[in-house]
Design a protein around this ligand. Sequence first.
Ligand code: NAD
Ligand code: UPG
Length: 463
Amino acid sequence: MRLSIIGAGYVGLTTGACLAELGHHVICIDMNEERVARLRDGEVPIYEPDLHDLMTSNIGAGRLFFSADTATSVADADAVFIAVGTPSLVDGDIDLSFVQEAARGIAKVIKPNCVVVVKSTVVVGTCKALREIIAEERGALDFSIASNPEFLREGTAVSDFLEPERVVFGSDDPRACAVLEQIYKPLADRGVTVMRTSNANAELIKYSANAFLALKIGFINDVANLCEQVGGDVSAVAAGIGLDSRIGSAFLSAGPGFGGSCFPKDTRAFAATGRKHDAPQGLIETLIEGNEARSQMLAERVLAELGSDADGATIAVLGLAFKANTDDTRESPSLALIPWLQKAGCRIKAHDPKAMMEAAKQLDDISFCEDAYDAAKDSDGVIVLTEWDEYRRLDLARLAGTMRGSLLADYRNLWLPSDMTDLDLTYLSIGRPTIHHASGTAMVAKPAARKVERSIAAGSSAG
Ligand SMILES: NC(=O)c1ccc[n+]([C@@H]2O[C@H](COP(=O)([O-])OP(=O)(O)OC[C@H]3O[C@@H](n4cnc5c(N)ncnc54)[C@H](O)[C@@H]3O)[C@@H](O)[C@H]2O)c1
Ligand SMILES: O=c1ccn([C@@H]2O[C@H](COP(=O)(O)OP(=O)(O)O[C@H]3O[C@H](CO)[C@@H](O)[C@H](O)[C@H]3O)[C@@H](O)[C@H]2O)c(=O)[nH]1
C-alpha cells in the first residue's frame, strides 16, 4: 500500500520505517525542513536503538522517503497517518492544534477513498471532530477516518512496533477497517492480535492503558515510601506481589516517578477528560499529584542527608533522560529534581550518555561532564536518576575515590544495599534501608528528613 505519515518524530519515524519494513511504500513528512534535510542525508535526528539501520535498509530498498511538502506527498496515499505532537495545555487537557492543522493540510489533497489514520494520542471524540474539519475543507465525504493508537515505548520503539502485544484500530467506517487490516496483515500473519473496534473505544484504550500503567508505578512508589519508614525492601515487596499473575511483575520498579512525553501528559489529559464529561478520575488525579511531588521529595532526602553542608555542596547528577536508551528529556524526573537542589544552594555537575544536548536547552548553571567519574570528581554527593547500563557497570570504589563527600543516592535502585557495606559511602535508594558509611549499618529513614522537607516546602516553588 502507499502510505504517508505526517510528523517525523519518535512515533512518525518509527511508524514510517516499520511500515516500510512490512512492505509498504511510505513517505514521512515533516514541516521542519531542516529535519527532513537531515533525514534525506541518512541522519536520524533522534536517538532510538535500531531505527537507523531499519531506515537505511528501507531507504535502500526504495520503500521509504522523506518530504517537507505535504500536498505532493499525500496525493497518492491509500492512507495518511497523522503522528504529530499533542502537548499539554495548562489545564491538563491536550493541545489538538497540531493534529487539526495536519488534518486541514491534507483535506484538499488526499485522493478519494483515502483513510485518514490518527496515530497521535488524542482524547475521545477527536476523530469525530477531525472528520468534520476535513469534510468542511474538502466539501465531500469521500474519505474515512480511523484511530490507530500507538503503544511503542521510546528506547525499544522498533521492536515494540514490529513485535507488538497487540495492534488496536477503531473506525465507524468498515472501509477504513478493511484498509487497516490490510496494512497490518503482515503482523497478523505472524500471530499478532489485531483488535478492531470503534473510533471512540480506540481513543479510550490508549489513555486507559497509559493511565493504568502509570497507576502501577505510582502505587509501587507509595509502597516504597512506606518501606523507607518501616524498614521494608520495595524490591522484595514488588517481587512478591508480582508473582500473582493477576498483578504481574511489569511496571513495578520504584524510582524517581514517571516522566517522559507520554505518561505525565496522558494522565493529565485523561483526568481533564473525566472532569469535562462529569466522570471524575479520582485515582488518576491523586496519582498525578503524588508523581509531581516526588522530585521535590527526593531532592529533600538528599538535602536532609547533607544537612547544613547542603548550601554550597557540589552534586553530581547521573542521568538526564527520562529513562535509559533515549535522548528524550521531556518531563524527565531529573530535570524536575535539579532545580530543587540548586535552590538549596547546590552546584550541579551532570552527565548523561545521550541527553546532555537536550537537557542543556532546559537547564541553567550546569556543568556537563565527560562521564560519570568526571561528574563525581570532587562532588559531595552523587544522585543516579536514569538507569543507563553504563551506570550499572560503574566501579563504585573508583567513583567513591574521586568524590569529596560520601553520599550516593541511587534513585533507580541499580545496586543492592549489601553491595555498599565495604564502601565508604552513605547509600540512599528507593524503598530500601539506607546504609550509613562509617558503620556500614542499615537504617530506617530518619524523622529529620521530614523536618527539612517542610522547611523547603515552605519556600517558593522551584522548577
Ligand atoms: N514518543 C512516544 O513514545 C509516543 C508513543 C506513543 C504515542 N505517542 C504520541 O504520538 C504523538 C507524536 O509524538 P512524538 O513523540 O513522535 O512527537 P515529536 O514531537 O517527536 O514529533 C512530532 C513531529 O511532528 C511534526 N509536525 C507537527 N505538525 C506538523 C504538520 N502539520 N505537518 C508536518 N509535520 C508536523 C513536528 O515538526 C515533529 O517533528 C503524540 O500524540 C504522542 O502522545 C508518542
Ligand atoms: O516500572 C517502571 C516502569 C516505568 N517507569 C517510568 O515510567 C516512565 C515511562 O516509561 P516507559 O513506559 O518505559 O516509557 P515510554 O516510552 O514513555 O512509554 C509509555 O508511553 C508511550 C506513549 O504513550 C506508550 O506508547 C507506551 O506503551 C508506554 O509504556 C519512565 O519515566 C520510566 O522510568 C518506572 O518508574 N517504573
